[in-house]
Design a protein around this ligand. Structure first.
Ligand SMILES: *Cc1c(COP(=O)(O)O)cnc(C)c1O
Length: 429
């Protein structure tokens, strides 16, 4: 398995020291289970790998998994927050993330969201990452309306680099909607003297997600470095920070993602004490998936097996509304039985599906699955900690799963299972 937080002990799947079977007996299925130590290990590895930098902050990308308990845990360990909406801003506030560790990305910020960012924690967030010239103008107007308040911003540079990932999660190509190209970047800098509500503090990039090679990142860091020097020359003063985005991939199946230590070395090489920048810039990072992905699983129960000649269908009580990635990207999640003995024996080509009325509600197609798995058995999808619960929906009026955080031999419910009353709240029959 791709995470040592989820292993078999005495033939049964455990999250750290807690038996999945025992959790399900109390809490039912579908159920998201997270490992606190897995989250912590990833964050500490990055923080350790960057320790030679003068100043850095790891801004956890909330959209990967925004449960308040997770965000608070990351904040307590020194992480900040990378936000993409006003809703995530409220989550960061509730989790107590200090304003000097909060950055706000996204191509479509509203005036209300900008105002909320300016008010955050009294002094406002550390940076709005600006993605269009019009947005820069709007931030300026909103800031000036707040009498003498200046918004700290970074310009998000789109370096036109192929991150070699799934097209839906590639963000650094000129055909993508994200960021400013080199011409727009220059135009933004030349607008600054007229924008009294703007304080330009840095540049940012984020070229895509689930990157399994360091080379596009290396190219992007170099391109960002050149842009920083060019902007500083135009401004006649140094910038304060460089935000290198997120995007480091994880192993779902047989990918060979870079080790976090190597990723950090690449950053230190580009911006650290021995680089041309001599560690004079504060470095911000925005990792999401690499911290949360293999820190969580989704547990489901087998409802039925529908045997067919060519392949069987295994029907679970979890659906695409609970874990959308396979339906959305065709992505792979390893499926393991909670009882290890069920993994042995004959396998048959199987489509593992949910109950949702869509043919796309399929977690795995043509997967060799043990024929011993039958009604009532428990299974788990690995690598479900990132873009799992945070992408879930109520499609088919399905209440969303409960979430549990395990630490050692202890566990804690961090989100109740939804009830139908939660779903219809606000409706007017
Ligand atoms: C989604 C996103 C991230 C996080 O990406 P991961 O691949 O999960 O690390 C970081 N920054 C921005 C701007 C994003 O949109």
């Amino acid at each position: 398995m791709n995470s040592d937080a989820f292993t078999y002990r005495r033939g049964k799947l455990h999250a750290e020291g807690v038996s999945i079977e025992s959790l399900v007996r109390r809490l039912g299925t579908p159920l998201y289970v997270y490992s606190q130590s897995a989250f912590e290990r990833g964050l500490r590895t990055i923080q350790g790998g960057l320790s030679s930098l003068e100043s850095f902050t790891v801004c956890y990308a909330l959209k990967a998994n925004s449960n308040l308990a997770i965000v608070k845990m990351m904040g307590d360990l020194g992480a900040g927050a990378d936000l993409v909406s006003g809703g995530e801003l409220e989550r960061a506030r509730m989790a107590g993330i200090p304003p000097d560790r909060v950055v706000f990305s996204g191509v479509g910020k509203t005036a209300e969201e900008i105002a909320a960012g300016l008010a955050y924690g009294g002094r406002g967030i550390t940076s709005f990452h600006v993605e269009s010239l019009e947005e820069l103008g709007l931030i300026d107007r909103v800031a000036r309306a707040r009498r003498g308040k200046r918004a700290r911003v970074a310009l998000r540079f789109n370096p036109n680099i192929d991150a070699k990932t799934h097209p839906y999660i590639s963000t650094g190509l000129k055909k993508n909607k994200f960021g400013l190209n080199a011409d727009e970047l220059r135009a933004a800098v030349s607008m600054l003297p007229r924008l009294k509500g703007i304080e330009l503090c840095g540049l940012s990039i984020h070229i895509g997600s689930q990157l399994t090679s360091l080379s596009p990142l290396r190219t992007a860091f170099k391109a960002l470095g050149s842009q920083i020097l060019a902007v500083e020359a135009a401004l006649g003063r140094p910038l304060e920070f460089a935000d290198l985005g997120g995007g480091v991939g994880i192993r779902y199946r047989d990918e060979r993602p870079p080790a976090l230590e190597d990723y950090c070395s690449e950053i230190v090489r580009a911006f650290g004490p021995k680089s041309a920048f001599r560690s004079r810039l504060r470095i911000l990072l925005e990792p999401g998936r690499v911290l949360s992905g293999n820190s969580g699983i989704l547990v489901a129960r087998v409802l039925f097996r529908k045997p067919r000649k060519q392949k069987d269908f295994l029907i679970l009580d979890a659906g695409m509304n609970d874990l959308m990635r396979p339906a959305l990207y065709g992505s792979y999640h390893e499926l393991v039985p909670v009882l290890e003995a069920r993994a042995r024996g004959r396998k048959k080509k199987t489509d593992v599906v949910g109950p949702v009325c869509e043919s796309g509600d399929c977690f795995a197609s043509d997967r060799p699955v043990p024929t011993s798995l039958e009604h009532g058995d428990l299974v788990a999808f690995l690598g479900a900690g990132a873009y799992g619960m945070s992408m879930s929906s109520n499609y088919n009026s399905r209440p969303r799963p409960a979430e549990v955080l395990v630490s050692g031999g202890r566990w804690r419910m961090i989100r109740d299972r939804e009830r139908i009353e939660d779903l219809v709240r606000g409706e007017h029959p």
